[in-house]
Structure formats: C-alpha cells, structure tokens
Design a protein around this ligand. Structure first.
Ligand SMILES: [Fe+2]
Length: 416
C-alpha cells in the first residue's frame, strides 16, 4: 500500500511529511511543496490559506492515527510528484518568512543536487524548445504549462542554489536560447528570495525568468543564430524581441508581471536600454531583476562571437557597469549567487589557481576550492581541496582569473 495519503488539512500535525499541496503552485503558502513539518507556524499557514486537503508521506513522517484520512479510495494513489490533485479555494498569502539560504544542516549535498539539476535542465530545455516551436507555428503559450517546470527549478534552488545556477550556466551555442531561459528562471528565483519578496512574487519571478526571452522565437533564424557580431541593422531587428515576446504572452493570457519582465528586461537604469529607454523608477523591480539575471547568464555563456566570462570575472565586471543595473538589486544578486560562484577560477595567495567547488556559507569570500595549477611553474599540480573558511586555513583568494588568459579550458571537470 502506498505510504502517501490525502488527509483533511485540519488533521495535519507537526511531525508529518508534507508530500504535496492541492491547488495551483502559484497560490501555495510555501515555496516548497514537500518537506517535514517541524514548525506549528507552517501548519497554521496551510489552514489559513484555505487549503482543505493535503497529501502526506507516512514513510517520511508521522502517520495519521485515526480515520480522518480522505484516503486512497477518494484519490487514486499517486506514484510521484505529478499526481493530479483536487483544486481548492485559496486566499491571500502571508508574507514570505523563509531563510535566504538553506542552512548547512538541511541543504542537499551539492553533488547529489547537481545530478538532479542536470535532469531538470534537460527537461527544461525540451520544454522551452517546444514553446519556441509552438510560437513559430502561430500557437500561443500559457504560463500554466510552465508552472510545473518552474516549480522543479525552484525546489532545486531551495535545496541547494549553487547546483541549479551553475549547471544551467553550462550550455553550448546550439542550446543557448533554451537553457538561457532555465538559467534566468533559477537566477530570478534565488534573487527574489534574497530580496525577501513575498512568496507569490518569488514564483512570478521564476515564471518571468523562464518566459522573458520567448520573443526571440519571432526573430529571423539567420540573425538569431548568426555566428558573429550583429550588424546595426540586425541588432535593430533583435531589439524588437521584447515587444514581440510581450505580445505573445499577452495573447496567451499571462500575468501582467510576466509580460512586464519580457517587455522591459533590456531597459537600463540610466535610460540607455531598449525598447523604450525607461529610467530608474519607470522600470519595475521584476524587470530590473530580469536585467541583472539576463546579462549575467548571457556573459557567462558561450556565444557565437565570444568566449564565456568566468563567473567571478562577470561579477566583477558587471559591478563596474555604471548606470546599467539597480545597485540594490545587483548587490542582492551577488549575495544570492556568490562573489565566487561555483566553477569560478580564482588565484590563491599560495600562488596557485583553483576552482570554486562549493560557495562559502558564512563568508562569500571564503568558498571551498580545488587548487590544481601552480602560477609559479605554470604547470598543473595534484588537485587539492581547500576549505578557505576552515579554522587555521592560511590561504585566501587574491583575485578572480580568466581561464582564457591561462590557456585553461574544461574547468567544469574540476567541479562537476
Ligand atoms: Fe532578451
């Protein structure tokens, strides 16, 4: 018999493992779907949100002791996350109160989450590719169809943000457009939580990130896939993708905030962006967030006309772009991704090059790194993992480095 059963929400108790909540993910009182209930406040939030039944997993938490269960007879036993659930009326959501980063005791180990993130990216790429195809065929897209994917991305980010953000960064020229959407969605989710936005807006940010560049589906393929820099005329064509995307999303009945991100993610705080040259307060918070996440993923990805920037180099360079980004949003972004993100190449005080294998938890400046190259002998050395935050560690990061400058490639092998 399945260990998963549907119970009335009032029967929910601390100690039970919440497997799934009914209704739309957009309206849940939590950003996560499945977790062990340890806080009576979480039980209260479920009851107050108007949800009347939930699924619990009795193999992972306390069982329902009496006959209150709605049980398997009413709802066929679900085998996994894609179970069909009854819709329930929802009410306004309380403000978000989740920690900004999973603490070390609850975060999923990085290597495990990297494997999951890879699978989600693969599925995400296929789904975004299908949306591009649908739009090119004159079909519409709707946000409801992307919600399960955004929910998966969000769950991965909550479990261990470094994994999904770093895996989604790795792409080839061919899958850039599709994986870029997945990457921006993950970055938007992490940033939204860093900014302590209310739960609904965190979800909207994730959806906005996934759908922000759909207007590219309407761009001529020879321009979109051009293996070189665009001419002024071609760039003028590309500048129409935000409006084209916004029109398509409007037609598909998407939320105004999601349309707003698509339309304004290329605006700049100094008014030098496009399509409208909006300035500062004229640009919404979600669109400002979209601008930062979009640029970070673009500059750290392989493009036809340039090699990707190293993640730490990207952080340093973007911080110098006066007038482009909202400073508060950018600073929160650095906190959410890390000054030295997973996979970043850094130079150590000990004259070695190293790759970040785990972002710092207490200090963003002290990640765990794998040293593999001597800058004195300019030779590879036996790799050594160093926790720069460990008591007694006397090594430290001197600067971010460009892999290209050192003639290094395939650094992913050092952290994947
Ligand atoms: Fe764009």
């Amino acid at each position: 018999m399945s260990s998963i059963r549907c119970i009335p929400a009032p029967s929910l108790r601390v100690g039970m493992y919440l497997h799934k909540i009914g209704g739309s993910w957009l309206q849940h009182p939590f950003l996560r779907n499945s977790f062990l209930l340890t806080d009576p406040e979480d039980v209260r939030r479920i009851l107050e949100s108007g949800i009347d039944s939930v699924w619990i997993d009795e193999s992972k938490g306390d069982a329902l002791q009496d006959v209150e269960a709605v049980g398997e007879s009413l709802y066929p036993s679900p085998s996994g996350a894609d179970v069909a659930l009854p819709d329930t009326p929802q009410q306004a959501l309380p403000a978000a109160s989740r920690p900004q980063r999973p603490d070390a005791s609850t975060a999923t180990p990085l290597d495990l989450e990297i494997e999951r993130a890879r699978r989600i990216c693969l599925a995400g790429k296929a789904q975004v590719q299908a949306m591009f195809s649908d739009l090119r065929l004159g079909k519409t897209v709707d946000q409801a169809s992307v919600m399960p994917l955004v929910e998966e991305i969000a769950d991965s980010v909550w479990r261990n943000p470094a994994a999904m953000i770093s895996v989604a960064r790795l792409k080839t020229h061919d899958d850039y457009s599709y994986l870029h959407s997945v990457a921006v969605s993950a970055l938007m989710l992490a940033l939204a939580r860093q900014l302590k936005l209310e739960d609904r807006l965190v979800r909207v940010a994730g959806i906005g990130g996934l759908m922000h560049d759909l207007g590219k589906a309407f761009m001529p393929l020879e321009v979109l896939n051009k293996p070189g820099r665009l001419t002024d005329e071609e760039f003028a064509v590309m500048k129409t993708h935000p409006a084209a995307g916004a029109d398509a999303l409007r037609e598909g009945g998407c939320m105004p905030e999601v349309i707003d991100v698509a339309l304004h993610h290329h605006e700049r705080m100094d008014g030098r962006g496009y399509p409208y040259g909006l300035r500062e307060d004229e640009i919404s918070l979600l669109a400002r967030m979209g601008a930062v996440c979009d640029v970070y993923d673009a500059v750290t990805s392989i493009r036809p006309y340039k090699r990707p920037w190293d993640p730490a180099m990207a952080m340093r360079e973007m911080a110098r772009w006066d007038g482009h980004f909202d400073t508060r949003v950018f600073n929160a972004f650095v906190k959410s991704v890390g000054i030295y993100p997973l996979g970043a190449l850094v130079r150590l005080a000990s004259d070695r090059l190293a790759v970040v294998v785990e972002p710092g938890t207490d200090s963003l400046l002290k990640p765990k790194v794998r040293a593999f190259y001597s800058t004195r002998s300019r030779e590879k050395i036996l790799p050594q993992v160093i926790d720069l935050a460990a008591p007694g560690c006397r090594d430290s990061i001197v600067s971010p480095e460009s892999p290209e400058q050192w003639g290094l490639s395939n650094l992913e092998a050092l952290w994947l």
